[in-house]
Design a protein around this ligand. Sequence first.
Ligand SMILES: NC(=O)c1ccc[n+]([C@@H]2O[C@H](COP(=O)([O-])OP(=O)(O)OC[C@H]3O[C@@H](n4cnc5c(N)ncnc54)[C@H](OP(=O)(O)O)[C@@H]3O)[C@@H](O)[C@H]2O)c1
Length: 363
Amino acid sequence: MNKYKVGIIGGTGMVGQRFVTLMENHPWFDLTVIAASPRSAGQTYEQAVAGRWAMTTPIPEQAKSLIVMNATEDVEKIAAAVDFVFCAVDMKKDEIRALEETYAKAECPVVSNNSAHRWTDDVPMVVPEINPEHINVIAAQRKRLGTKRGFIAVKSNCSLQSYVPALHPLKKYGLESALVCTYQAISGAGKTFERWPEMVDNCIPYIGGEEEKSEQEPLKLWGEIADGKIVKAAGPAITAQCFRVACQDGHMAAVFMKFKDGRKPSIEQIKADWANFSGRAQELELPSAPKQFLHYFEEDNRPQTNLDRNTENGMAVCLGRLREDSQYDYKFVGLSHNTLRGAAGGAVLLAELLCAEGYIDRK
Ligand SMILES: NC(=O)c1ccc[n+]([C@@H]2O[C@H](COP(=O)([O-])OP(=O)(O)OC[C@H]3O[C@@H](n4cnc5c(N)ncnc54)[C@H](OP(=O)(O)O)[C@@H]3O)[C@@H](O)[C@H]2O)c1
């Protein structure tokens, strides 16, 4: 297969490094460009990440000798060299918004991990198993930007992946509300314990902006396209508290859910819905799609962060402890890998969907 040529904007960062490892041996994608800030530009990738390579596997050979380009200065060159880019940069929101639009207007599709465009109403925010049809809004976005190829598509915040996939197949029973407490790993802040020693033996009950994202972004995922815009859903209502905990990778969620009067399913029905839930990613057999999206564990002490976060290459969501609750109808626990399913892996799956559905072509 003639592979798609791929660039990674922010390739030296925590999420960027994940992208680099995911491009190694990818059946459709060939990593040809890495770009970052002026601090890294001009060095080989190996030099640029020296002393801060945070992955457990070595730097892929193909990436080591790539000369890091300047993400803001080299837009035209990068756009001409690749079929699309992934973007994961740590910059001010308005700068990210402008940078991503500059790439899109240079006719280079952008698949983004950043939150800057998540609420732009003609930018699809997609979990391929949940709302693949939202990519149809790209036609309206291209019209606004005046582009033929270029557009921006984003993935949702990492915290959501531990509970929204479990709630989604239960909406048909009239899911009314959910209360969620998340226990989020330090890689979600782009950190390791070495670089964040205060997090050893600690729990911090605040992650800036995270609770609003955890409550609001599911409503965009569950929204509908109307007049070239995605209109967010009115419910189910979600309330969230988000904690940073002393884990390297893996976000856990404790979830309580309530159904509208008289429509509460049985525990057996819920488990069957979870077992049978698959989406467009599985239908198209996308290379990064987990075979089984939701894995339910019957053991009382599972899923566990350390044991289960890598299930199906970190792309599946692990669930357990489903039981009745005295105030809500049911409660359960969810777990997902925050830099795989929750960040770079989720974006790679979204890029695969966009290629398979004809939104990204080979030039
Ligand atoms: N970590 C996660 O699990 C996670 C999950 C979902 C979304 N995100 C989002 O992904 C983005 C990146 O997060 P991260 O954790 O990977 O951050 P990070 O480790 O701090 O990496 C930041 C990257 O941005 C680049 N950069 C910084 N300033 C720049 C500039 N002025 N021009 C061009 N490039 C610049 C850095 O390049 P240099 O190396 O040259 O400085 C580096 O490649 C953020 O928007 C974050 O909110 C992260």
